[in-house]
Design a protein around this ligand. Structure first.
Ligand code: SF4
Length: 254
C-alpha cells in the first residue's frame, strides 16, 4: 500500500486503518495529527496515533480516568491514563487542561501564539477549539509536567475551566460586539457572572455540574437551550415596534 503524503516522513509508525480516514472528502483529524507529529517530532502524538490504530484494530478504547490536578484547584484537568501503557509507552499519559476562553471567544493573536508556544514546548501541541464545554482544550500532557504548564499559562493570564460537580466554564455568543441581533450585552453578562462564581469553577462544591450560557437573541448561537443549566437568551421586551409610515415610504421609493 503506498504511503500517504503525511506519512512519508519516517517519524511516524505505519497506521493503515487511520490512513483510511484521510481518503474522504472532508478534512481529517488524522492528517492534522500526523502533520503536527511530523513538524514537532513529539513522541506523545506518535504514541496517541499508534494507540488509536490499535483501538481500531481491536474495536476497543484504552483510555481510563484517574485523579490529576494542580495545587489549590479541584477541577480543570481531565485525566487520561492508557490501559496499555506497556504497549504504547509514548502515550502512557494524555491529560487535558481545560482553559477558560474570554467572552465571545475574543482572543488576540498574540495571546493565542503565546499559549501555543507553551503548549507545543511542554505538552503534545494538540488543541481543540473549542470542546462542547466551551473551553480551549489542551490535550495531551503528563502528570509530572502539569503544574509547570499551568504555572506558565497562568502567568500569561489564562485560567483553568470547570469540570465535575462545579460551576462550569461559561460561554457567550459574539453578541453586540459584532451582531446586530443582540438584545443585551452577552459579553458583559458572561464576564460578570463567571467572575462572581470563579471560586466555584475551581473548587467543586455542588451536588452536580451547573453551566451558564449567554445568547444575545433567540437564534441561540451558543446552544444555550440544549447545552446549559441556565440559558440566558435575549428577547424583545415588548412587541416589535414597526413604524408603518416609514416602511410604507420605503416601499413606495423602491
Ligand atoms: S445568538 Fe443572536 S445575538 Fe448572539 S450571535 Fe447569534 S444571532 Fe447574534
Amino acid at each position: 500500500m503506498p504511503k500517504s503524503k503525511s506519512q512519508q516522513e519516517t517519524f511516524l509508525h505505519p497506521t493503515p486503518m487511520l490512513d483510511e480516514l484521510e481518503s474522504g472528502p472532508w478534512p481529517s483529524f488524522v492528517t492534522g495529527l500526523k502533520k503536527l507529529a511530523n513538524r514537532t517530532h513529539n513522541p506523545m502524538v506518535r504514541g496517541a496515533l499508534d494507540q488509536l490504530e490499535y483501538s481500531y484494530e481491536t474495536k476497543m478504547g484504552y483510555w481510563k480516568g484517574g485523579v490529576v490536578g494542580v495545587r489549590g484547584y479541584g477541577a480543570g484537568i481531565i485525566p487520561r491514563f492508557s490501559m496499555i501503557a506497556d504497549r504504547f509507552p509514548e502515550a502512557a499519559e494524555f491529560h487535558t487542561l481545560r482553559v477558560q476562553p474570554p467572552p465571545g471567544f475574543h482572543y488576540s493573536t498574540k495571546s493565542l501564539r503565546d499559549l501555543c508556544d507553551v503548549w507545543e514546548r511542554e505538552g503534545s501541541g494538540i488543541i481543540c477549539t473549542h470542546g462542547q464545554t466551551g473551553n480551549l482544550m489542551l490535550i495531551g500532557c503528563t502528570q509530572d509536567n502539569i503544574q509547570n504548564i499551568f504555572d506558565q499559562i497562568n502567568q500569561l493570564g489564562w485560567d483553568l475551566g470547570g469540570a465535575g460537580a462545579d460551576m462550569r466554564t461559561g460561554m457567550s455568543c459574539v453578541g453586540q460586539a459584532r451582531c446586530e441581533h443582540a438584545c443585551y450585552d452577552t459579553l458583559g453578562a458572561h464576564y460578570k457572572v463567571l467572575q462572581r462564581y470563579n471560586d466555584d469553577v475551581h473548587r467543586p462544591s455542588f451536588p452536580y455540574k451547573f453551566k451558564f450560557k449567554f445568547s444575545g437573541c433567540p437564534n441561540d448561537c451558543t446552544n444555550a437551550t440544549q447545552r446549559s443549566d441556565c440559558a440566558v437568551i435575549g428577547t424583545w421586551r415588548d412587541d416589535i415596534q414597526i413604524d408603518h409610515k416609514k416602511v410604507g415610504a420605503f416601499i413606495d421609493q423602491h
